[in-house]
Write a protein that binds this ligand. Structure first.
Ligand code: PEP
Ligand code: MN
Length: 336
């Protein structure tokens, strides 16, 4: 981190600032120019409040040179993290497709979809028992009953199951869920992230609707700094000025996250586009860009789906998607 002092900054105040920074355990390299002084801070600056320093009268600007995230940072962990999810490995040399309906609607529904997506190449099953809906009048999910149906689908197919938690009070219900999803709207629910960090469950962390990549990585850092290293990052589209699609899939996020972090990165073209026919082309783009996997919404009757029907693929369309993704994988950035 470097601190640029203002021209003719008061020497007393500058000394006070230096003493305070030293008391934070930092070494200071001072470069005194003709007009301006720069303080280079060496050491662990992750705890330093950048806004506090920037607000001082004598300070012109503060710039971070080092990323504020440590546990998630590739600089401190060069190898890809590989997470073992009940025998399915994600990260490193594998590619996984997590597929299933937006929400769990019945035992028959999840079991039928799970069998199909497994047959067509999915390695994990997803389904929401608790749904974050924009309207309180929309279907909110089956709750505990939904979790029970997911367990049936797991027993039937042997696939590990991913499901979203919306509140920490639900945590005991997730005992047998293999991956806990933290949805976009909860990406910065820091209390929840810290508690999930105390568990040893793999966490699928979705990027917030307007979150920067650094904010996403800082949220991963919350989980990891509490002791849980098993975090999967998910690019699920961000909100932009474009209204044709539900969100905008930030393809760039994939290689950027892969270079900044050792954590597995998956893409969710279903929520990014919101339109079923756009899911396959964007899934291909994400796979080509080096994603470690995909999250795809599949429903056996999209028109009748209680949640996210317009973006849900039929099992047949999912088969086509998986076939084309597997074809291009050897050319992916990931296997370069
Ligand atoms: C979901 O995965 O069904 C979901 C609600 O996702 P997001 O949090 O990305 O909107
Ligand atoms: Mn959904």
């Amino acid at each position: 981190m470097v601190v640029l002092l203002k021209k003719n900054a008061d020497a007393n105040q500058a000394e006070k600032l230096k003493a305070w920074l030293k008391s934070q355990g930092l070494d200071i390299h001072v470069s005194e120019g003709k007009h301006q002084t720069i303080l280079g801070l060496v050491g662990d600056t992750s705890q330093v409040d950048i806004d506090l320093i920037r607000a001082l009268d004598i300070v012109e600007d503060v710039k971070r040179i080092q990323e504020p995230f440590k546990n998630a940072n590739r600089k401190f962990h060069a190898e890809d993290t590989v997470i073992d999810i009940s025998g399915v490995k994600i990260g490193g040399g594998s590619f996984n497709i997590i597929a299933g309906p937006c929400s769990v609607e019945s035992e028959e529904q999840v079991c039928a979809i799970a069998e199909k997506v497994k047959e067509y190449g999915a390695t994990m099953f997803r389904g929401g028992a608790f749904k974050p809906r924009t309207s309180p009048y929309s279907f909110q999910g089956l709750g505990a009953e939904g979790i029970r149906y997911l367990m049936k689908a797991k027993k039937l197919t042997g696939m590990p199951v991913v499901s979203e938690i919306m509140d920490l009070s639900q945590l005991p219900l997730f005992d047998e869920i293999d991956v806990i999803q933290v949805g976009a709207r909860n990406m910065q629910n820091f209390t929840m992230l810290k508690e999930l960090g105390k568990t040893r469950k793999p966490i699928l962390l979705k990027r917030g609707l307007s979150a920067t990549l650094e904010e996403l990585l800082m949220s991963a850092e919350y989980i990891m700094s509490s002791g849980n290293e098993k975090v999967i990052l998910c690019e699920r589209g961000i909100r932009t000025f474009e209204t044709y699609t539900r969100n905008t899939l930030d393809i760039t996020a994939i290689p950027v996250l892969k270079s900044l972090s050792h954590l597995p990165v998956v893409a969710d073209p279903s929520h990014a586009t919101g339109i079923a026919r756009l899911v396959r082309p964007t899934a291909l783009a994400a796979a080509a860009a080096g994603a470690d996997g995909l999250l795809i919404e599949v429903h056996n009757n999209p028109e009748g789906a209680l949640c996210d029907g317009p973006q849900s693929l039929t099992p047949g369309a999912f088969k086509q998607l998986a076939e084309s993704v597997f074809k291009i994988l050897p050319y992916s950035e990931k296997f370069r």
